[in-house]
Design a protein around this ligand. Sequence first.
Ligand code: NAD
Length: 294
Amino acid sequence: MANIAFIGLGNMGGPMAANLVKAGHKVTGFDLVQASKDAATADGVSIAGTALDAVKGADVVITMLPAGKHVLTVWKEVIPSVAKNTLMIDCSTIDVESARFAHGHALEHNLPSIDAPVSGGTGGAKGATLTFMCGGTDVAFAAAKPILENMGKKVVHCGEAGAGQAAKICNNMILGISMIGVSEAFALGEKLGLSHQALFDVASTSSGQCWSLTSYCPVPGPVPASPSNNDYKPGFAAALMLKDLRLSQEAAKAAGAATPLGAHAESIYDAFEKAGHGGVDFSGIIKHVRGLAK
Ligand code: NAD
């Protein structure tokens, strides 16, 4: 069993750290927010006074933070102090460029590192059913895989440094676009007098089938566990979807890729957030779509 430092014990990091404790690891955590530290303590995580204290004696350091700037700040702070061969893992969703900077910083200190963003949301974090998308060397991936398997059900090696983040933003661009597409179909069906259940029964077993429809249906009724049945409480907040769509568009611009639907999806979620709905589940975009009708 490993000594693991876990920095960032929020909605995702808290339950992920708890699953590492359940798997028998010794986990020392740090967060800036007292409530997150209290919740992690109740789950068996030892809380350190600073990030630097948390990484003392760690075999593995995991970060689960909001954005690239937070990850780079923490990695730059702790890397000079960690023991030789400590494995650095970042599970946050961040831009590919920052992920590559973070790897570069680890490499300067001869440390193995992996970018390992996740899919599966807070439910997946609690249930240890996340999918991890990893970027890094074969050696670093082989070391990270058994640790990540304690928190997820699928761990995929996507390629070299930054490849995990690349896979994550491509996946979430599909998700943002498909949720708007499914919402438009329900909004049109409503105008045409079609019941939600009838459209769901047809599309879920036809060529319109996709995760946004069958697992996360934006209208209440057909999929009881979807946030639409719980007043669109997240789940996955629209502000986080907007963050990921922005990352996809920054990456598309830098790489010279054409993503016209991704760009349009970003502008639609941007308008939704500006209207004050950033905290609503991203499937709430159906309300915005209905509101566009003339
Ligand atoms: P969160 O805001 O709940 O947690 C982030 C935590 O990081 C907070 O508790 C914050 O206090 C802490 N933090 C920030 N700066 C810090 C620092 N310098 N030192 C220590 N702690 C610090 O966010 P979350 O929902 O847990 O998401 C974390 C990451 O996972 C994000 O990159 C997000 O995009 C990604 N993600 C979230 C979901 C989801 O459904 N919530 C799903 C997949 C991926």
